[in-house]
Design a protein around this ligand. Structure first.
Ligand SMILES: *[C@@H]1O[C@H](CO)[C@@H](O)[C@H](O)[C@H]1NC(C)=O
Ligand SMILES: *[C@@H]1O[C@H](CO)[C@@H](O)[C@H](O)[C@H]1NC(C)=O
Ligand SMILES: *[C@@H]1O[C@H](CO)[C@@H](O)[C@H](O)[C@H]1NC(C)=O
Ligand SMILES: *[C@@H]1O[C@H](CO)[C@@H](O)[C@H](O)[C@H]1NC(C)=O
Ligand SMILES: *[C@@H]1O[C@H](CO)[C@@H](O)[C@H](O)[C@H]1NC(C)=O
Ligand SMILES: *[C@@H]1O[C@H](CO)[C@@H](O)[C@H](O)[C@H]1NC(C)=O
Ligand SMILES: *[C@@H]1O[C@H](CO)[C@@H](O)[C@H](O)[C@H]1NC(C)=O
Ligand SMILES: *[C@@H]1O[C@H](CO)[C@@H](O)[C@H](O)[C@H]1NC(C)=O
Length: 524
């Protein structure tokens, strides 16, 4: 605490007036009643996809990983429902089940500066592996992957039966964790590039292979169309194979195809597999965020016309575990907010953010790390479990969705190229809004930090005041030190620290939003 100094206060007031004079006014029309274009935004809109090889580290083995549990329960407290969890990904196609393994045996390649935490090359699991699902928060809904890459029906059936068995155990039942979907094969459109299939393997051959393996799984586990555990379809990486394409090849009319309950596609905005230099500012771009999602528009429409929910079943900023200076930064938190809310507006019901151990794009690092996530250098002492900047995005979005389970969302039309806004409705009535200023304020930025003054108009009967919760970021390229509504989650146990600070906003005057800042308004 500094001693009180009146001359300092005067100076500060002077500079505030100067900043105000520089500020651009941005007028935004906010419909007080839900427009017809609103889309549902489920409580689980931000969910997680876990790389299967280190699932036991993530969730806990002999007891729950308390850090993970707290981080997930924070989100559950804000929406009433914990995030959904999908386990699988690349490792899903490198896993075999064995009757003699208790939990897991995995082999990992050496690490490198580009990939400090590489994925396992082979994973052998036993029944205990799937039963670790009991350590997730009560109410968690899961998707588990089985191996299509190996093209071995016996192994796929072994995995699926072990998954079904886990969810029938008293421990998993008592935990209140349920199995929703089984996914047969991860990113099968890449098999022809990664050696799991010949280089001339086609989408039509995929459909035949999938029907063989998924058909055996469905037969052995007794999955039925329309009820109980279902199948997640597609899970493609790129645009080589598409939902529309495999539907045309007859996927849905096959016996296992009739058990499909949801369609998933994956998206990363770039790839760091061989390293590279990515500009954070290219991610903090309203137009790039939209163009990365609208590539799916035709498939979303096709999938929904068939009556299936459409999800980004695996997504994050930059493939191959993220890029330093982008994925691990505060700017990425703003990217997550705009990306997920935009995905909802585009009709995607969930966005499953991919997580592993030591990945640069993780929302949380759930165990202590003895190697740097950015270059693999030794951390001595090791770094304790901690949340990363993107976690704050999940908190803000969870609070924006709220606890009713009935929220809908519409994008607001904003003339500024890097400022986005969304309105949230419940029962057709405006309840909240989110504004994001994506203009990058970096450690290298100089001069006065720019801001805009956002002035809302509602037509008649609009709210007069709002409570504001700000996501405060010092610099877009910071990797820690964020606060949301004055509170921090950067604690040893992921439990929130500090007193919540709400700003009362008289809407007639508008409110300021600095470059690299987001605000959640709750209307009174
Ligand atoms: C912004 O609007 C306020 C009144 O709402 C006005 O005083 C100010 O001059 C405007 N600023 C600019 C740059 O137009
Ligand atoms: C298929 O998997 C089963 C069970 O893991 C194994 O016994 C069998 O050898 C595999 N078949 C082939 C052709 O690899
Ligand atoms: C694909 O390539 C293999 C050789 O790798 C060949 O035997 C097969 O006939 C090819 N299939 C098609 C459909 O061209
Ligand atoms: C599944 O069972 C049906 C009915 O017994 C059988 O016709 C079909 O060939 C089986 N599918 C697979 C892939 O084993
Ligand atoms: C929007 O942000 C992107 C990335 O920082 C930048 O390239 C672009 O110039 C910005 N647009 C405006 C109008 O400032
Ligand atoms: C996706 O976003 C990245 C990063 O902003 C950008 O470089 C790329 O061009 C975008 N891709 C598409 C298809 O819009
Ligand atoms: C780092 O941790 C891993 C386990 O997470 C351990 O196997 C390894 O020996 C540790 N390395 C050092 C240098 O302590
Ligand atoms: C909570 O924040 C205060 C003030 O920044 C700090 O002194 C304290 O150590 C924090 N507590 C925890 C549990 O992180």
């Amino acid at each position: 605490m500094r001693p009180f100094n009146p001359s300092r206060v005067v100076l500060l007031l002077g500079s505030v007036q100067f900043i105000q004079a520089q500020t651009t006014n941005v007028s935004v029309v906010v419909p007080a009643a839900a427009p017809s274009t609103t889309q549902e935004i489920p409580s689980t809109h931000i969910s997680f996809s876990i790389e299967q090889d280190r699932w036991p580290d993530w969730v806990g083995t002999d007891s729950a990983n308390q850090f993970t549990l707290n981080a997930l329960n924070n989100l559950k407290a804000l929406t009433g429902t914990p995030p959904k969890i999908r386990v699988g990904a690349d490792s899903e196609d490198h896993t075999v089940w064995s009757p003699t393994v208790t939990v897991v045996e995995a082999e990992f390649p050496p690490f490198s500066t580009i990939t400090p935490y590489p994925e396992a090359t082979s994973i052998t699991v036993g029944d205990g592996f799937y039963q670790l699902s009991k350590w997730l928060p009560s109410g968690t809904i899961m998707t588990w992957g089985v191996n299509l890459g190996l093209d071995n029906a016996t192994n796929a059936v072994n995995m699926a039966k072990s998954i079904m068995k886990a969810f029938g155990t008293s421990a998993v039942k008592a935990a209140g964790v349920t199995l929703d979907l089984i996914e047969v094969g991860n990113e099968a459109d890449l098999y022809k590039n990664n050696g799991l299939r010949p280089s001339n393997w086609t989408q039509a051959q995929y459909v035949t292979d999938w029907e063989n393996i998924a058909g055996a799984v469905v037969n052995a586990t007794g999955l039925k169309p329309g009820t109980g555990v279902g199948i997640q379809g597609c899970a493609f990486a790129g645009q080589g194979f598409t939902p529309t394409g495999v539907f045309n090849d007859g996927l849905l009319t096959s016996a296992p195809g009739k058990v499909i309950r949801q369609i998933s596609q994956h998206r990363y905005s770039a790839a760091f597999c061989s390293g590279g230099d990515f500009a954070l500012s290219s991610f903090m771009s309203k137009s790039s965020i939209r163009s990365n999602l609208t590539i799916f528009s035709a498939d979303v429409a096709e999938v929904k016309s068939k009556g299936f929910p459409y999800v980004l079943g695996e997504t994050n900023s930059i493939a191959c575990h993220g890029a330093p200076g982008v994925s691990n930064t505060a700017g990425a938190a703003l990217w997550v907010i705009d990306y997920t809310l935009q995905a909802a507006v585009q009709g995607m019901s969930e966005t499953f953010f991919h997580e592993g151990i030591g990945y640069k794009y993780n929302f949380l690092q759930p165990i202590s790390l003895n190697r740097s996530i950015t270059d693999g250098s030794t951390l001595d002492p090791p770094q304790a479990p901690h949340v990363m900047p993107a976690y704050y995005a999940a908190i803000l979005v969870a609070r924006a969705i709220g606890t009713t389970g009935k929220a809908t969302i519409a994008e607001l039309s904003i003339s500024q190229s890097n400022i986005s806004g969304y309105a949230i409705y419940e029962g057709g009535k405006l309840v909240r809004a989110v504004f994001i200023n994506l203009n990058a304020w970096l450690l290298s930025s100089t001069g006065t930090r720019p801001s805009v003054n956002i002035v809302l108009s509602f037509g008649s009967n609009g709210p007069k005041t709002a409570s504001g919760r700000r996501l405060i970021i010092s610099h877009a390229d910071d990797t820690s030190g964020l606060t949301f509504a004055g509170q921090s989650y950067e604690t040893s146990n992921a439990l929130v620290n500090g007193t919540e600070t709400l700003q009362t906003i008289a809407l007639a005057n508008g409110f300021s939003l600095s470059s690299t800042e987001a605000i959640l308004l709750s209307f009174n």
